[in-house]
Design a protein around this ligand. Structure first.
Ligand code: ADP
Ligand code: RBF
Ligand code: MG
Length: 889
């Protein structure tokens, strides 16, 4: 319609022709304009030769400005005037009538044309001035007076209604009904409703009727025998009146009720389309209401808007093909929700709508679905599901509840709403405390299971409104999309625009559902033991372990590692011999291999959340099994364990990871590899997987360029980046750790803490602490610091190589959060480290390093007041006298 209108290019900027105030000036301009077409016509008798290349010709069809003809020697052709009246009238019918009328000034030929247009449409412009309403009313009345068609097909009026207008409006309605109007729209706003005159209530011509703020008085019988489409909104109709109206419409096919309309039941054999939009009781007792729907031929049902104290009972909707549940319910005038009740309502509706092919469901209903346990025993036949959602946790839970019950789904449309708050519509937390009670939380169904059950048919997912910068790109959405994209036999994924598609594709590409881990150097500190053993052996051959071999053993089988070492040192023995000698020594040490920091936490977390895990290591399977046997629960964490002896070539060949994916019954692209070695990273990338590298040799991160991410330790893994459930153990920016203890006399440091940064750090000698330091990944930590003669203070510190200064030694840099009047070199400093903040990083400037350290300070200061951390303030280690060393680590 809009398009058609704009294609009618008439310049009608002549002002309000009939407004009394402007009539003089209009009159004068009219005489001027009227002279134009005659001259134009005369000239047209001898039209100058023109081609389509003539620029004035080309521009003329677009906007033939009248004044243009005066200047131009070649006035534009007037093709429109040559059209037959009936066609012009059809065209004019597409304009607001006010504009159609203005064409009367074009010429004598045009002057009567509009008076017989089939459609009349008057829309009052938004205005607060009473005078504008008056001139609008005058315009309508005058137009109708000049109109002389016998038939009006469509009559549409939209205006603010006041009581004093009733007889005027009666006249309009009379005018329309008298001209056998078929499609009538009376759209009013205002404070009082217009009461329909009896000649409208009894009308056999009307086929479509739209009424807003109109009532039917009690005595008036209603008879609309031809009516097919009826829309009633804000019409203050009680149930009795609505029933009277429905009885008077024996051919009704399409019914829309909106706002102040009460309806207790809708029974019709003819009705095909029904919309109930935000209906609320009018003129009824204040109790809860029910709307019963018994329409066996209904094809489409929409329940929309705010529904107040009303439930729907679907008695017979057996032909229904499409249902739109985008309503929101409140149970009282304070907009309170009763989620238990709403859950029941939704459950009943969905059970009744089980066979409907298309289901559209809005945020509120999704949230209600969330707590419906077992929507229905039978599975739905729907093949189209459209969700309107912010993709917040609660709505996602609803979707997760719906999907497994839709095994025939072919198309899923996700319309992402701009997220304003992601607030719960219900106060679920109160009502469903058990759901959020972490101690008592019912196990959410594992996503894998959910998706396995339904994706057989899914062909197309359409996503609209995706914006990676808003919370529609939040973890829940990513998680959800990850599963959809990976777990379905999806043929197509479409999004609103190409930009979104790329950014979404980038997001989705990264999403995984399974994790494959390397063992040695990634989960277990094997390299520590290997180093220890090799060190001893090298000594036996008169060689000194000097660190260059560390790089050579990482990510290798013991055989390969031994080979590398034999070669590196030119040992006078074959690698097999060397290995045969080493093997029993290694074996004896296996029980002493410690998990790397964060390993237990990661495995437990992924396992608790049902993320399938595999262990893929170059070492022989029996060695793997032996190594993990010393760690509680580890064997059960992995659904697949695959050793170097089970494949033809170990890492860097992708074979081992591809085999792991196969055994996990998943696509390589759905796997995340966690690896410490470069060969492992190479293998993972070659397998087409996402790879996070956790280099086990310090300061090597720059060598891992092919990894998708390089992290410092497992503590820094953010599973949500990969579409996996995020850790929940962070508290106010800190990660609680098992407390560990370190102490000694304060020594001189690099001499730059106070000088360069304004941040003094009391250094401890690395001697004697080196093994303790190597047990802890570099990074920023915090805890309590004790100085025997002074007291116990909050403390934040870094451990590591201070990338900004690129130190060669790993140091510990504790900043005591207290102002001291003097230095305390030589004094015994005791530290209890209780939590982790972040990895050590480099900074582009000194200022940014300083700012970050101050941010760490604020985080530590606040966190240390939490009981979880503050309780360690009284640890006796902090104040114990020097000689009674206590090293709990
Ligand atoms: P260094 O290079 O010797 O570590 P710094 O500039 O880092 O020198 O200063 C550290 C010294 O400053 C500590 O050894 C200690 O004696 C003193 N000091 C004073 N106030 C503090 C504080 N709040 N935290 C740590 N050390 C402090
Ligand atoms: N140095 C870095 O190069 N990168 C860091 O991220 C970093 N973080 C720190 C955090 C804290 C809380 C403290 C106390 C120090 C940190 N430093 C860091 C170390 C700082 O560079 C060091 O204190 C000075 O080099 C003084 O030796
Ligand atoms: Mg210092």
């Amino acid at each position: 319609m809009e398009e058609q209108r704009s294609s009618v290019c008439l310049d009608l900027s002549l002002g309000s022709l009939w407004s009394d105030q402007t009539s003089n000036s209009v009159e004068s301009s009219l005489s001027e304009i009227r002279s134009y077409p005659f001259r134009h016509r005369r000239r047209r008798l001898h039209p100058p030769h023109r081609t389509n290349l003539d620029p004035s010709f080309q521009s003329s069809p677009k906007s033939p400005k009248l004044s243009h003809s005066e200047k131009s020697p070649n006035p534009p052709e007037d093709f429109i005037s040559d059209l037959p009246d009936s066609l012009i009238q059809e065209i004019l019918s597409l304009l607001p009538t006010e504009d159609a009328v203005k064409t009367s000034v074009l010429s004598r030929r045009w002057s009567p044309v509009w008076t017989q247009i089939p459609n009349l449409c008057f829309i009052q412009k938004q205005s607060r001035h009473a005078s504008d309403l008056v001139s609008f009313l005058k315009l309508v009345t005058k137009t109708l007076r000049h109109f002389n068609g016998e038939k009006v097909k469509q009559f549409m009026i939209s205006v603010t209604y006041t009581k004093s207008m009733s007889s005027g409006v009666d006249y309009w309605v009379y005018f329309a009904t008298n001209r056998h109007v078929e499609n009538l729209s009376l759209v009013f706003d205002g404070k009082v409703a217009y009461s329909l005159p009896h000649y409208l209530c009894n009308n056999s011509c009307i086929k479509e009727l739209t009424l807003r703020l109109c009532t039917v008085s009690l005595e008036t019988p209603v008879s609309w025998p031809s009516l097919k489409v009826l829309s009633l909104s804000d019409s203050e109709l009680d149930n009795g009146t609505v029933q009277r109206i429905l009885l008077g419409c024996p051919k009704l096919q399409d019914l829309k009720l909106h706002g102040r309309v009460s309806v207790g039941f809708i029974r019709s054999k003819t009705l095909q389309f029904l919309t109930l939009d935000g209906i609320y009781n009018f003129g009824e007792r204040s109790g809860d209401s029910v709307t019963e729907i018994c329409c066996p031929n209904l094809l489409s049902l929409s329940l929309l808007g705010f529904i107040y104290k009303r439930t729907f009972r679907l008695v017979d909707v057996s032909s229904l093909q499409k249902a739109d549940l985008d309503f929101k319910m409140t149970v009282d005038e304070y907009d309170t929700y009763d989620c238990k009740k709403q859950g029941e309502i939704i459950k009943e509706l969905l059970t009744k709508l089980c066979d409907v092919e298309k289901l559209i469901i809005g945020p509120w209903c999704l949230q209600a679905v969330m707590q419906v346990q077992g929507i229905d025993s039978q599975l739905s036949k729907r093949n189209y599901l459209e969700v309107k959602t912010e993709m917040c946790e609660w709505e996602l839970a609803g979707i997760e509840n719906l999907l497994p019950r839709s095994p025939h789904l072919k198309k899923l449309v996700i319309n992402l709403l701009p997220s304003n708050s992601s607030e719960l519509e219900f106060d679920f937390r109160q009502e469903f405390a058990y759901y959020f009670d972490t101690d008592n939380e019912p196990e959410p169904p594992p996503l894998n299971w959910i998706f396995e059950s339904f994706q057989k048919c899914l062909e197309n997912i359409e996503i609209n409104g995706f914006d990676p910068n808003t919370s529609s790109a939040n973890g829940y959405f990513i998680k959800f999309m990850g599963f959809l994209a990976k777990k379905t036999t999806l043929k197509e994924l479409t999004a609103q625009d190409s930009l979104n598609e790329t950014s979404m594709a980038n997001h989705l590409k990264k999403l995984v559902s399974c994790v494959i881990l390397d063992l040695d150097g990634t989960l277990l500190n094997t390299d520590g033991i290997v180093s220890e053993v090799l060190k001893g052996f090298l000594g036996k051959y008169g060689k000194q372990w000097d660190g260059r071999e560390a790089k050579r053993i990482v990510g290798k089988t013991p055989l390969e590692a031994a080979e590398a070492v034999v070669e590196e040192y030119g040992l006078p023995c074959g690698k097999d011999e060397f290995l045969a000698e080493l093997y029993p020594v290694f074996s004896a040490q296996v029980c002493n291999i410690k998990p790397l920091p964060g390993a237990n936490r990661l495995l437990k977390h992924l396992s608790d959340h049902g993320v399938p895990m595999a262990l893929a290591s170059n070492s022989p399977k029996k060695n793997i099994e032996s190594k993990i046997s010393y760690h509680q629960g580890w064997k059960n964490y992995f659904s697949v364990i695959i050793g170097g002896d089970e494949v033809t070539t170990g890492k860097p060949s992708p074979e081992i990871f591809l085999e792991a994916a196969k055994r996990l019954k998943t696509e390589p692209s759905s796997c995340l590899i966690i690896e410490d070695s470069i060969p492992g990273v190479t293998a993972g990338k070659a397998a087409g997987m996402e790879v996070v590298a956790v280099p086990s040799i310090p300061k090597q991160a720059h060598l891992y360029t092919s990894a998708d991410e390089v992290i410092n330790s497992l503590l820094d893994l953010r599973p949500e980046k990969w579409g996996l459930p995020s850790f929940e153990d962070w508290i106010e920016g800190t990660l609680p750790t098992e407390p560990w203890y370190i102490g000694g006399p304060v020594i001189k440091g690099f001499g730059r803490g106070s000088k360069v940064l304004g941040i003094p750090t009391a250094n401890l000698s690395a001697e004697g602490l080196s093994s303790l330091l190597s047990d802890h990944p570099s990074g920023v930590y915090f805890g309590w610091a004790g100085l025997s003669t002074r007291g116990v203070y909050k403390m934040v510190m870094s451990i590591g190589w201070n990338p900004y200064f690129n130190n060669t030694e790993k140091t510990i840099e504790p900043w005591l959060l207290h102002e001291f009047n003097e230095d305390f070199y030589g004094e015994e400093l005791r530290l209890v480290i209780v939590g982790y903040i972040r990895p050590e990083v480099n900074f582009p400037s000194l200022e940014s390093l300083i700012a970050k350290i101050h941010e760490d300070r604020r985080i530590a200061e606040r966190a240390l007041d939490l009981p979880l951390y503050s309780k360690h303030k009284d640890d006796p280690y902090l104040t114990k006298p020097l000689h009674k060393e206590c090293n709990n680590s």
